[in-house]
Write a protein that binds this ligand. Structure first.
Ligand code: UDP
Length: 331
């Protein structure tokens, strides 16, 4: 009996795989390694390299392995890129999800926890954002994830497929020992870029937009530690195993930090000056995203352990210092 983790070579997928294995679960990882890293996959997991859109490949994995539940991460997740290549997002994220759900149903596997996102809410009219806040995405990435939530809903109605959608706000940090972490090519996320500047790998930071209606004019985001997020997936699996109904949860910390505040916190953690300049806005960016995680705390009993942005950044810094070339140093 095993849990299938799709995207287990990616940032959040590798941390969740590690956590599941630590808890004694058997894990099968499927990843096409387009954005993931071979070295990020926990050696205790069984690995199949392939694409979810490849029906034949995916069916074979379900035939060979005794899969009891799925944790699904494999997707494209960049707001900026999605504005330029929307169809890439609908193909990989939505068509990939259809093939996954159909394959699960065909093999009578009826439990899935999957990644959704704060980007499904767009420019929300209420803060913090709760599960009942209207979902009106402002970019194709958010739209592709909202569509996944809808697909899952109707697959439940028709086939009894039980699902939990976890809507992440901004994920950051790394496993505390720095053995796994965040490594994207190209890197587009704020905290890893800030740390690249701190380590001298990049000359300076560009902050996208200084004229938003926020406390200092820069975007405000809600950061959650990747290991706390990994825990939420395991709690969500337990929730489904206990026979509960399909559900969606927002995962954040209810605290927002502006991009400038992130730079300030990173300066404290690293002791580096971290020069920056204010550049133009990035297309598709909502000005503020802050989550209420009350529902996840009450229903899933989720208790994030990292409640301090400096501690979150410090774990990412440990990873950056130990692996200056990311996973490339492990090839
Ligand atoms: N950001 C920035 N400069 C960068 C990368 C990101 O100013 O080099 C900003 C981005 O515009 C957003 C925030 O940092 O306001 C978080 O962006 P990220 O891509 O990390 O996550 P997202 O909020 O898009 O999921």
């Amino acid at each position: 009996m095993a849990i299938l983790v799709t995207g287990g070579a990616g940032y959040i997928g590798s941390h969740t795989t590690n956590r599941l294995l630590d808890q004694g679960q058997k894990v099968v990882v499927v990843d096409n390694l387009v954005t993931g890293h071979r070295a990020a996959i926990d050696p205790r997991a069984k690995f199949y390299q392939g694409d979810l859109r490849d029906r034949e490949f995916l069916s074979q994995v379900f035939e060979k392995e005794e899969i009891t539940g799925v944790v699904h991460f494999a997707a494209n997740s960049l707001v900026g890129e999605s504005m330029e290549k929307p169809l890439k997002y609908f193909d990989n994220n939505d068509y990939g999800f259809i093939v996954l759900l159909e394959t699960m149903i065909a093999h009578n596997v009826k439990k899935i926890v999957f990644s959704s996102t704060a980007a499904t809410f767009g420019e929300a009219k209420e803060m913090p954002i709760t599960e009942t806040t209207p979902q009106v995405p402002t970019n194709p990435y958010g739209e592709s994830k909202l569509v996944m939530e809808k697909f899952a809903h109707w697959a439940d109605v028709a086939d009894g497929l039980r699902w939990v959608a976890l809507r992440y706000f901004n994920v950051a940090g790394a496993k505390a020992d720095g053995s796994i972490g965040e490594d994207h090519h190209p890197e587009t996320h704020l905290i890893p870029i800030v740390l690249q500047v701190a380590s001298g790998k990049r000359e300076k930071l560009q902050i996208f937009g200084g004229d938003y209606p926020t406390k200092d004019g820069t975007n405000v985001r809600d950061y959650v530690h990747v290991m706390d997020l990994a825990d939420a997936h395991i709690l969500a699996l337990n929730y489904l195993n206990d026979g509960n109904d399909s559900n969606a949860f927002n995962l954040g910390s209810a605290t927002g930090f502006s991009n400038l505040e992130i730079v300030e916190a990173a300066r404290k953690v690293t002791g580096a000056p971290i020069p920056y300049e204010i550049a133009g806005r990035r297309a598709g960016d909502p000005s503020t995203l802050i989550a209420s995680s009350q529902k996840a705390r009450e229903v899933l009993h989720w208790q994030p352990k990292y409640d301090d942005i400096e501690k979150i950044i410090a774990t990412a810094w440990t990873w950056t210092e130990k692996h200056p070339a990311g996973y490339d140093d492990q090839k």
